[in-house]
Design a binder for this molecule. Structure first.
Ligand code: ZN
Length: 159
């Protein structure tokens, strides 16, 4: 039985790797958002990832549109792309909740609890936990989203 479980895990990993590569090669919602109400820059000096995240919020604190621009490694681009895909249509508190759950799980590597069920395809990012230096690449866009929502003038940094 153990071998079956291992093979399933391998297949899941391959699937997740494909998802990351797909988002890195063809980022969703890439480009400036001219109707943005909130914006923040994110910098990860360790890897050289730089991005700018744009959000459009309506009067009810719902994220109606999101986009990003910038350049960085595959993980940072894929994470930003997955972020925009995930948060469009969400209420701000729900998006912040996803952000803190994901950031915590990437840091601790603990993806086994019920909370992770709500993360959906963001689980594709969990593999980076094995590479601590890359955790900052994966969380950069989420730090930027947090500071965009706070409308902070200071660039978000992973340091
Ligand atoms: Zn990076």
């Amino acid at each position: 039985m153990t071998t079956t479980i291992n093979r399933d895990n391998d297949e899941l990993r391959d699937l997740y790797r494909e998802l990351i590569l797909d988002h890195a090669r063809s980022p969703r919602h890439f480009g400036k958002l001219h109707a943005a109400t909130h914006m923040a820059r994110g910098i990860n000096p360790l890897c050289g990832d730089r991005l700018q995240l744009f959000l459009q919020l309506d009067g009810d604190q719902r994220i109606t549109e999101a986009s990003f621009e910038g350049s960085g490694c595959a993980i940072s681009v894929a994470s930003a792309s997955l972020l925009t895909d995930t948060i469009i249509g969400m209420q701000v508190p729900a998006a912040l909740e996803v952000s803190s759950t994901l950031t915590e799980q990437l840091r601790t590597g603990d993806s086994g609890d019920a909370e992770s069920a709500q993360l959906g395809k963001l689980k594709a990012l969990f593999g980076v936990h094995e590479f601590p230096a890359r955790v900052k690449c994966a969380t950069l866009a989420w730090h930027a989203m947090n500071s965009a929502i706070r409308n902070s003038a200071t660039p978000a940094t992973t340091e």
